[in-house]
Design a protein around this ligand. Structure first.
Ligand SMILES: [Zn+2]
Length: 422
């Protein structure tokens, strides 16, 4: 029930309002896996519709926020403007499994997609869902790792007896009270991931959940869109697009498919574009949970665009002095790398993430053994800070076209000062 969450006391310090928290919890409570983002899509679509924020689905099934159709998207992209189009990107999936075949009445063979813990897996609890919602729970058996031994390849899920586990989940979280056992359903319609006491719960200012990566980023984009479109509709749409992608965890599939459409490239010669990847990224020294959002200087593959990063870093200094962090988050790659590969200047903002990809690196509640399955966790202040950064990046008149001007003037002052000694 997520009891103990009183919106009023939250966000006193920052802009995490009660309705923001409700939205965040609602998104975090949805089942999701690579290629099975349907419940996140449904939740987000409902919220956007209610707020009359324009959005549509691209041919890959990604949600595009901030334009109602392909033609509106292209109009925004082709607009002659010096204001860059900000394309915020987050992914709606999280590592998980797909059902492959029934081996016996209660034994489901599954294929894993994306990262995972590789220790203490036998007997680990998992949830199951299909297109209608939660369908049951089970435990992992006969786990086979990939050749690299870095993640799970296949496993068997032993389905729990009907009712027991679900009822327990329903009492603590948002799983429906009466779920059907999945036994009669075709194997390929089922998917799942690691299961904990509830899909999401709060402890102090920390949120524990089956999947913060990257549903927190999805939330940040939706909240930013609500803020931008919430007021009276301006004559011109804001220079904003949100791209909520599918199947990032197996290699940016939705994002690559979107860039490959060539729509965004039609901005060339008309207006600049800057892609902003929003991620929940593995906590690292200098990127600590609770110390603020991270100005992400790069990922495991590459550093990001220095000019656009300078704008982001200056904005962060202004709106979050002393309460943000900055570093290369090389615990993983992100969609900014995909955007960079397609030639778009890209930057990133990360929310530090505990127990990345459900690997119990940091341990804590519901992590039975170190490095074994564990709920991911994030800090509400970091998320509130991320929202502030997103909003601040949407301000008009930021020095995108010459981000280093002030720095250059300082350098020139130095030159003038020392010239006489040359
Ligand atoms: Zn991830």
């Amino acid at each position: 029930m997520l009891s103990g969450i009183e919106g009023g006391e939250l966000g006193s310090d920052r802009i995490m309002k009660a309705q923001h928290l409700d939205l965040l919890l609602d998104i975090l409570a949805q089942p999701t896996a690579p290629f099975r983002e349907e419940h996140v899509i449904a939740t987000v679509s409902r919220v956007l519709e209610q707020a009359r924020v324009p959005f549509f689905t691209d041919p890959l099934g990604n949600l595009v926020v901030g334009a109602a159709s392909q033609s509106e998207y292209l109009r925004l992209v082709r607009e002659k403007s010096t204001e860059p189009l900000r394309v915020f990107i987050a992914h709606m999936d999280h590592p998980g499994f797909h059902g492959v075949e029934w081996l016996a009445p209660r034994r489901l063979k599954v294929q894993w997609h994306g990262g995972a813990p590789v220790k203490h897996l036998t007997g680990a609890s998992v949830w199951l869902a299909d297109s209608h919602g939660w369908t049951g729970s089970g435990t992992l058996a006969r786990v086979k790792l990939t050749a690299s031994k870095r993640t799970i390849d296949t496993a068997e899920v032993r389905i729990d007896a009907q009712g027991r586990a679900i009822a327990k989940g329903a009492a603590r979280g948002r799983m429906p009270e009466a779920a059907d056992a999945p036994l009669d359903l075709p194997a390929s319609t089922l998917y799942g991931g690691f299961r904990f006491r509830a899909p999401v719960w709060r402890s102090g200012k920390k949120l524990y959940t089956k999947a913060a990566d990257d549903l927190v980023g999805v939330f940040a984009i939706v909240a930013t869109a609500l803020a931008l479109f919430g007021k009276r509709r301006a004559a011109r749409p804001p220079p904003f697009l949100g791209l909520l992608t599918r199947a990032e965890e197996v290699g940016f599939i939705g994002a690559i498919g979107h860039f490959d459409l060539g729509w965004l490239a039609q901005s060339q010669g008309r207006r600049p574009v800057v892609c902003v990847s929003l991620e929940a990224s593995r906590t690292l020294p200098g990127a600590i949970v609770g110390k603020g959002p991270v100005v992400r200087l790069g990922d495991r593959r590459t550093v990001f665009n220095p000019g656009a990063l300078k704008v982001l870093a200056d904005v962060a200094e202004q709106v979050l002095p002393g309460t943000h962090q900055r570093r290369i988050m090389d615990g993983g790659t992100c969609e900014a790398t995909a955007a960079t590969a397609y030639g778009f200047p890209s930057i990133g903002i990360s929310v530090p993430l505990g127990n990345y990809h459900n690997q119990g690196f940091e341990g804590g509640p519901d992590c039975k053994r170190r490095d074994g399955p564990a709920p991911e966790f994030v800090h509400l202040d970091d998320i509130a800070g991320e929202l502030e950064l997103c909003r601040a990046l949407m301000k008009t008149g930021l020095p995108w076209d010459d981000p280093w001007k002030k720095q250059r003037q300082l350098l020139q002052k130095n030159l003038r000062h020392y010239r006489k000694l040359l």
